[in-house]
Design a protein around this ligand. Structure first.
Ligand code: ZN
Length: 201
């Protein structure tokens, strides 16, 4: 059995990594609120991640914009936007949009589900690496609003080509909802849970 803050009756500060008495409400070093574990962390993270996954679907199957020219009328999904830039030789723009709007959200949700399942199955495998994975998606989360900005940029760049654009509600609002839910899901997860299995006999 490995000792964790729980088994020692202490609380590990997620902010400054100081180990204090579990009786304290606030970390004596950094003044951040101190809790042994985030409240209902697993249930909240599951609910928020599943909700985010749910919104990922309309964000990608509904058109994010309608392009209208004299002869054509098209509904375009995010992925259509990516192909649009590839077709026009704008590989960098296409790739940035693909990474920000599809690749990163998928990776973030995948990591969250992986961490959740790992805690639930009491896995003791590669805890340090899992902690690093969490840190990575947490840091990416801070830049998540960039995803929404890039979607806006995509729409404005397509507009530059001189076709009328009508942005549509479902996909854009689903996308924004998904990004925000993923941020909350990441915030809800408590990495200290990963080690709790080691604290059991
Ligand atoms: Zn602290």
């Amino acid at each position: 059995m490995t000792h964790t803050d729980l088994t020692m009756g202490k609380a590990f500060c997620l902010h400054c990594k100081h180990l204090s008495s579990a009786q304290l409400q606030v970390c004596p070093v950094c003044d951040e609120p101190l809790r042994q574990r985030k409240k209902n962390s697993l249930a909240r993270t599951w609910a928020l991640s599943l909700a985010a996954l749910f919104f990922f679907i309309p964000a990608n199957i509904f058109p994010i914009m309608k392009t209208v020219s004299i002869t054509t009328y098209e509904n375009n999904t995010i992925l259509d936007g990516v192909f649009y830039f590839y077709r026009n030789g704008e590989f960098l723009v296409g790739t940035v949009i693909f990474i920000a709007s599809i690749f990163i959200p998928v990776v973030k949700l995948f990591v969250l589900f992986f961490l959740l399942l790992s805690v639930q199955n009491g896995s003791r495998w590669r805890l340090e690496e899992k902690n690093s994975l969490y840190k990575a998606i947490y840091l990416i989360g801070r830049w998540s609003m960039l995803d929404i900005f890039i979607i806006g940029l995509m729409i404005s760049l397509v507009q530059f080509e001189g076709i009328a654009i009508v942005t549509t509600g479902y996909a854009a609002s689903s996308f924004a909802t998904m990004v925000i839910l993923t941020i909350f899901a990441t915030e809800s997860f408590d990495t200290r849970l990963l080690w709790d299995e080691k604290g059991k006999k």
